[in-house]
Design a protein around this ligand. Sequence first.
Ligand SMILES: *Cc1c(COP(=O)(O)O)cnc(C)c1O
Length: 382
Amino acid sequence: MIPLSEPTLDGNEEQYVRDCLLSGYVAGGRYVERFERNFAAAVGAGAAVACASGTAALHVALRLTGAHHGRTVAVSDFTFVASANAAGYTGADLLLVDSEPRTWNMNTELLRDEVVRRARRGQPIPDIVEVVHVLGHPADMEPLLELRDTYWIEIVEDAAESLGARWVTDGPVGPHSVGTVGLWGCFSFNGNKLITSGGGGMMVTDDDELAGRARHLINQAKVSGGGYIHDTVGYNYRLSNLAAAVGTAQLERLDRRLAAKRAIAARYRDWLEPLGLSPAPCAAWADPSYWLYSVLLDTSEVDVDDVVEALGRDGIQARRLWPPLHQQRPYRRTERVGGDVAERLYRDGLSLPSSAHLAEEDQQAVVAALASTLARRRASVS
Ligand SMILES: *Cc1c(COP(=O)(O)O)cnc(C)c1O
């Protein structure tokens, strides 16, 4: 079986976990601080706060950005459901924003034009934008910076899928790692992400005071001093020292993981071209991390579910992309701008095996299986 995305655990994970167990500090401890410090340095952020999951990171970051009942958070329509759920937990209303076809990320020009139109008419505008960098490709941030500077709309980045992706231009955004342009950047260390702690997340910001407030909230809002004194409703969102030990070891291999992902992407690009498939998005101003290498099929010729099934019979795990949030039950009545592009991405999109340790022969097998499946389907259509 060639899996879609498996963790690569070939570094100091075992040593650090053993160290943790021998020390007795399995809950809190020094690996948490070390993971935070190294992570902040790796992405170029002022401060990092480790927490229980990427979803928890987004929840706390959004709350600290002012999301609550009566406020509106603009969210990418085409994303994993956790992006929207985290905003929903705060009690804020959501505004779903369609994708643009070039990078599949939030169409930030569409959002900007909508905000300008609403502001001119004196209608309410979103208070916060939660922009997701999907599948390892950075979003186009310039329109969001305009919104921030003109309308005070704060930016929270959901960088859960895009650790290590960068903007490369010398414009107002680049050169920066994803997660370091908004007030907050949030990351996930779930098992299928670029690096894992067996479950976990990280919030980064350049504001030390904000980072302190995040640390307070994830620790039940417990006032320091030893007693059971709590000054607001907090959360139990801490990352354990054991998990941080795994994350610390994983982070040491970040550059290697990124190089592997980019090599896999380059091979897919070369090998899929003869099949008439256009490569995964890569804008001129972006250096993607290619978390899950994904392509769009011509669905007038093939059905994506059939392709997934046929690949599965060959022992290859491929997967469709996400249905747009506006088609998911909890968000069907949510206000939105556009949505056709997200629907098309769902209809046509397919993610291919992308583990960092994917062997070249296995990748060849994926492409060969895809080629023969597409040829068979095309023959049966014509
Ligand atoms: C994985 C993911 C999350 C959530 O991260 P968890 O650690 O699983 O809670 C949030 N947003 C996006 C875009 C993700 O892919």
